[in-house]
Ligand binder design. Structure first.
Ligand SMILES: [Zn+2]
Ligand SMILES: [Zn+2]
Length: 275
């Protein structure tokens, strides 16, 4: 698996802010919420479970950020655009129109051909296979090879938000397990409630969008370009398999929910190699 790093200040700031928020949630749970359970077994169980969800969220985020989303290799031989541009009357900033019969299109920014459903990202400065969108929160494109990690990050972050909300409410009802409640515990808990609600709404909205896109076999880019949905009869499980992995082993569904590299070796757009 290839790794990438986008030198985009906005994306880097968003990633650092995301890690800060995850650390803050963990701090409040460990420092104030878990100790409010006077039963040591429950305290340990909540600490382990909450940290497990956070580790899965963090791992998914890191893999979504640094994994190659599906960059189309740039051909070693640059294409000559002079005839195309003079003939069409378009300037070099416009989309290449010299499409091939096999569905490959020309990207005049990469000066290279790209497979069907690949699009150019101006932040990554590359064409990305089955590009969904460029997400500043992971400082990377969401594409064919890292969409699984992005969706798992949304799911585990949503779970962490729900868990944090439940722990905060229970801790408040219990009076934080002591007769003298520290003001810092209340202030930190109120901020955690606000953070959890905002993030829960955010990841729920994007998560619904992602699953709708998978089931309709449409990326965000294709929605914006108002392309018609794919006309085939793939089952929902087959469409999920194209994102989460197509392995047929017994642990297939376990692989789907863990941030492990998806088995996408039989994907149609993977069959293409650079012309
Ligand atoms: Zn390109
Ligand atoms: Zn991008």
């Amino acid at each position: 698996m290839r790794f990438v790093f986008r030198n985009d200040p906005c994306g880097i700031a968003c990633v650092v802010f995301t890690y800060f928020l995850l650390c803050y949630a963990d701090f409040v749970v460990v420092q104030y919420l878990a100790p409010s359970f006077t039963n040591s077994h429950w305290k340990s169980i909540h600490l382990v479970l909450f940290n497990l969800v956070l580790i899965l969220s963090l791992t998914s985020h890191i893999r979504a950020s640094i994994s190659d989303p599906g960059e189309v290799p740039i051909s070693g031989t640059k294409l000559d655009f002079s005839d195309l541009l003079v003939g069409s009357g378009h300037d070099s900033s416009e989309k290449g129109k010299e499409d091939r019969d096999d569905g490959w299109t020309l990207c005049n920014k990469c000066e290279s051909y790209r497979p069907p459903r690949a699009h150019h990202c101006r932040i990554c400065r590359r064409c990305i296979r089955r590009m969904d969108h460029h997400c500043p929160w992971i400082n990377n494109c969401v594409g064919e090879l890292n969409q699984k990690f992005f969706i798992l990050f949304l799911i585990y972050t949503g779970l962490a938000c729900v868990y944090a909300l439940i722990l905060t409410i229970v801790a408040m009802v219990k009076g934080f397990g002591s007769n003298r409640v520290q003001p810092a515990a209340i202030i930190c808990s109120v901020f955690l409630i606000m953070e959890s609600i905002i993030f829960l709404l955010f990841v729920s909205f994007i998560g619904c969008d992602q699953f709708q896109g998978i089931f309709e076999d449409m990326t965000q880019v294709e929605w914006i370009q108002k392309k018609s949905p794919m006309r085939h009869r793939k089952s929902r499980m087959a469409l999920l398999g194209e994102v989460f992995g197509r392995g047929h082993c017994r642990c297939r569904y376990l692989c789907w929910i863990l941030p492990t590299s998806p088995n996408l070796s039989r994907l149609s757009s993977n069959r293409f190699s650079q012309a």
